[in-house]
Design a protein around this ligand. Structure first.
Ligand code: IVH
Length: 670
């Protein structure tokens, strides 16, 4: 128990001392509560000390200490995130997914370190954060960023209860760990967002990442984030010899660590049984984990193993298989996309999977449904592909009752009733005036990746379409004619309308690739739009291009070329483009990239290079806009040959493709 008494304040020296004393009492009590899970004073005592400190700090701000617990309520607002270069690159491990890969990892390690042992740690599902302490005081916190340069998030991290503002030792140290949100805080946070009609976070990881990327630290302070420390980049400086000792040291400094759940393994079988037992515990943990991090324990072994180009060799991240849950298929609903494509969707009883509630998943097309023999009423298992998009994994046929309704493809458009046309595996509504197609096309046109018109989201587009303010793309740019009508709509004020109109106006100056993608030409996605814009510079040049000429471009095959020609041969589409030109839209390519000098070129590397590592040269070329592929075709710009080149060189000669050596490529790069 802490035993401090409230003293009488006399002169300024007493005040300074009392502020220091209260700061220490509260920090110690917080640590015992949040980190050691072992409260040392009552809530009432805590509140009294806290209020006293707050009062004194308000009256005598000059005495407020850097590690004052009152910082934790937030309040600091930054106007942007400063960049921070990490002293030691902030790497992550390679991922592995099954037992065979665990065994292969162990074998690899034992080739260099036959007697290696491992620490096994829950893989926290949050975002990694680097904390810098000087003389024991937290001075900076940063995100990982690209591993070399991260963002300064000190103002937000200072509000995290389990982050000590001052360590138990007055040392300079960098600590790495995971910023995460507990399951409980996540639920609370989403409940509040629901009450405020704000979009819900999909999972605790997104919620944590969203919270640390706030400019106003009051928001992060409210969200109940936590920090689990798991790594010291330069442990030798503190006399530490193993990863296990690093964790102990971090705990002594005052950090929350996973020492109770972490394990040690002498051999691969012990790793596998740890993985199985942690996987059992996973659901009952108060936070999300997505796997097990395996680290070679001895730092001497760690040094022997070193790094590859990208990742440390001394550790690896085993990821649990994606979580699957069962639910009942209630309905198969058909939707119409912007190209008229019909998609069957599974609508099921809402289920909680991998951190969020889902109730629908795409069933792609007729063949997919027939292959799976999916029936309304079936029990199905759902998981999230890549942890984001829900998908139906399996139909539990053994649980059928006989009342399930077999899948039947529709033959008319669910929105306009037109007869559907089958092309390859998909059905299409070909009615250009189908309202579903029009709405989807408008949504696509305004969305973030295309024209990025803020304030023109799905719901508003649907409303404006139904109210006939926007019937086609050109109408978006005539919306100012309806300014007065808009003012009468619920939820619209002068300010939101002005913002919307300003965003529409801004979108007019987007570069050609944006508008090309936005037009919704079938098979022309973001990447193809960029290739076309860079190549043709203006829409008029593109309209004139022949199908043959288009096919000759790298990455553009016959199907895309045909679709582009088809689009521009429609009178309606040309009329739309002309209207948009009159309305002031830009149809020219405005390159923003300063570093695309090798754009459109494709290289193949062969043989042993002397000056560069392969990955290194690949990155340099890609950074300058080139593509590096593994096989030589007639679309290859040049083959870069090192020593002992193989069959690729022969093929280059056969196809008459240029061959460069490393000196040539040096000159080209420069
Ligand atoms: S150690 C060199 N330990 O998972 C990598 N990472 O690839 C040092 N993570 O991005 C990281 N729990 O954000 C380490 N106990 C743990 C971890 C952990 C979660 C994250 C980390 C990193 C990735 C590992």
């Amino acid at each position: 128990m802490l035993n401090y008494v409230i003293i009488n304040i006399g002169d300024n020296m007493d005040i300074k001392n009392r502020i220091k004393e209260l700061t220490d009492i509260i920090n110690k009590a917080s640590m015992e509560y949040y980190v050691n899970d072992n409260p040392s004073i009552t809530d009432q005592e805590y509140d009294d000390y806290y209020r006293e400190l707050l009062n004194l700090e308000e009256k005598y701000p000059e005495y407020k200490l850097k590690d004052s617990p009152t910082n934790k309520v937030g309040g600091m607002v930054v106007d942007r995130f400063e960049k921070v270069t990490h002293k030691t690159p902030m790497l992550s491990f390679d991922d592995i997914f099954n037992e065979d890969e665990i065994r292969a990892f162990d074998e690899r390690i034992r080739k260099t370190c036959p007697n290696a042992t491992y620490t096994l740690e829950p893989k926290m599902d949050g975002l990694s954060g680097s904390l810098i302490y000087e003389k024991g005081v937290l001075i900076r916190a940063a995100t990982r960023g690209d591993g070399i340069v991260g963002e300064d998030i000190t103002h937000n991290v200072k509000t995290i209860k389990s982050v000590p503002l001052k360590l138990n030792k007055e040392i300079d140290i960098e600590v790495r760990g995971e910023i995460y949100m507990s399951k409980k805080s996540f639920e609370k946070c989403n409940e509040e967002r629901k009450r405020n009609n704000e979009p819900l976070f999909a999972n605790p990881r997104n919620a944590a990442a969203g919270s640390v990327r706030q400019l106003d630290s009051k928001i992060a302070a409210k969200r109940g984030l936590d920090y689990m420390a798991y790594f010291i980049p330069n442990p030798g400086e503190y006399g530490i010899k193993t990863q296990d000792e690093s964790i102990k040291f971090l705990k002594e400094l005052g950090f929350l660590t996973n020492h109770k759940l972490n394990g040690l393994a002498k051999n691969v079988d012990e790793i596998i049984s740890y993985v199985a037992s942690l996987s059992e515990k996973r659901k009952s943990l108060p936070y999300e984990i997505d796997g097990v991090v395996l680290k070679v324990n001895s730092l001497e072994d760690e040094e022997k193993l070193g790094f590859t180009q990208r990742v440390p060799r001394w550790g690896i991240a085993y990821k649990f298989p994606a979580e699957e849950v069962l639910t009942k298929l209630k309905e198969i609903k058909f939707t119409v996309g912007r190209t008229g494509k019909i998609t069957p969707n599974a609508i099921f009883d809402p289920v909680h999977v991998a951190g969020s509630v889902v109730s629908k998943a795409t069933l792609h097309n007729e063949d997919y449904c027939i292959d799976k023999d999916i029936r309304v009423g079936d029990i199905i298992s759902i998981r999230k592909a890549g942890d984001v998009i829900p998908e139906v994994v399996e139909v539990k046929k053994e649980r059928r009752t006989g009342n399930e309704k077999p899948f039947k493809m529709i033959d008319t458009c669910p929105m306009c009733g037109s007869v559907l046309v089958k092309e390859d595996a998909n059905y299409f509504c070909k009615n250009p005036h189908c309202p579903a197609r029009k709405i989807e096309a408008l949504i696509h046109f305004a969305s973030r990746d295309t024209m990025n018109i803020e304030g023109l989201g799905e719901r508003i587009i649907e409303d404006f379409y139904n109210m006939k303010f926007i019937k086609d793309i050109a109408d978006i740019y005539r919306l100012d004619n309806h300014k007065e009508d808009l003012m009468e709509l619920e939820g619209f004020g002068q300010k939101s309308i002005n913002n919307l109109l300003a965003s529409i106006e801004n979108s007019k100056s987007n570069s050609l690739e944006k508008v090309l993608f936005a037009l919704g030409i079938r098979h022309v996605g973001k990447k193809t739009a960029k290739i076309l814009a860079k190549r043709y510079k203006t829409i008029d040049n593109l309209i004139k291009a022949s199908e043959k000429e288009l096919t000759n471009i790298n990455d553009i095959g016959e199907i895309i070329a045909k679709s582009i020609k088809e689009y521009f041969s429609s009178e309606d589409n040309i009329k739309l483009i002309n209207e948009l030109k009159v309305l002031g839209l830009n149809f020219n390519y405005e390159s923003t990239s300063v570093n695309d000098s090798l754009d459109g070129m494709t290289f193949v590397l062969t043989g042993t290079l002397q000056k560069y590592k392969r990955e290194e040269l690949t990155k340099i070329l890609e950074d300058k806009g080139a593509k590096v592929t593994s096989s030589v075709t007639k679309k290859t710009t040049a083959v870069i040959a090192g020593d002992k080149p193989g069959s690729k060189l022969e093929k280059a000669h056969k196809l008459g493709i240029m061959v460069y050596n490393e000196d040539d490529i040096d000159r080209i790069i420069k």
